[in-house]
Design a protein. Sequence first.
Length: 321
Amino acid sequence: MKQKLLASLSLDLDNKWSYMKTHGDSGWESFPSYLDVIVPRVLDFLRERNLKITFFVVGQDAALEKNHAALKQISEAGHEIGNHSFRHEPWLHLYSKDEFNDELDRAEEAIFTATGKRTKGFRGPGYSLSPMVLRVLTERGYDYDCSSLPTHIGPLARLYYFFTAPKMSEEETDKRKLLFGKFSDGFQPLKPYQWRVGEKSLTEIPVTTLPVFKTPIHFSYILYLSSFSKIAARAYWNLATAMCRLVNIQPSLLLHPLDFMNGDDAPELRFFPAMNLSLDEKLKIVGEIIEDYCEKFQVVDLQSHAADVRSRNVALRELPE
């Protein structure tokens, strides 16, 4: 029997306030949270399928006592904890090196206090990335980054975002000019690789998109397609996994809290795609897709995926200036 390709699964634990902040909505400053609801729901879902994944935690959530019980449950269940920044601002390319170091300092300490875990993996909010970010991660001893999303549709996603967002100041609009990335991001590699950073290296595990076409295949996108046609969504998923196996790509896919919620759970976030589906519908779709993912691939957390990449001495890529 042919051995399954390795694959990884993660969840960006974006909280209610972080979605509201990025969208430009008022009220986010009080840090409204749904972690007490969503974390037990996700952990039960994963436990039923015997899965261990990576949770990317936002430092600001870990800094608040009200979230500690929920976050502690994640580490106690044996899942990896990754760093998703402190303030969850998807414009890290605008940060100075000192600002980003401070961002990581605050997030690392808050996450350690809440979970007892030190983070060795990073994902930028909104796939925000720059050479400076990669250099700082390497200097701080991170094992891997997974902020790369090789897709051409970033500008379309940004257009939809501005269409649905409330009117905001010119300063806030400027921050979001590269939200969801550039068209040229679609030319980035799909297979995991390593950055050469001086005398050191940093493993990069891209969020996998459909080979050749570079359209998203993570679970939020499958749910979005399902809101139009469940048959078409499943056919698209089957095509994506078949193409990954055909060209020997080890996929790395991600979940979001909204994949486990609907508009009744968070009325402020009803504008997001697929929030009109019932909770039972969403959980059924996500469950079936993840079970199929596990049937076709050997699914591990990102720390394990990154270790496998390093063990194979994947060719190094030079970090751009």
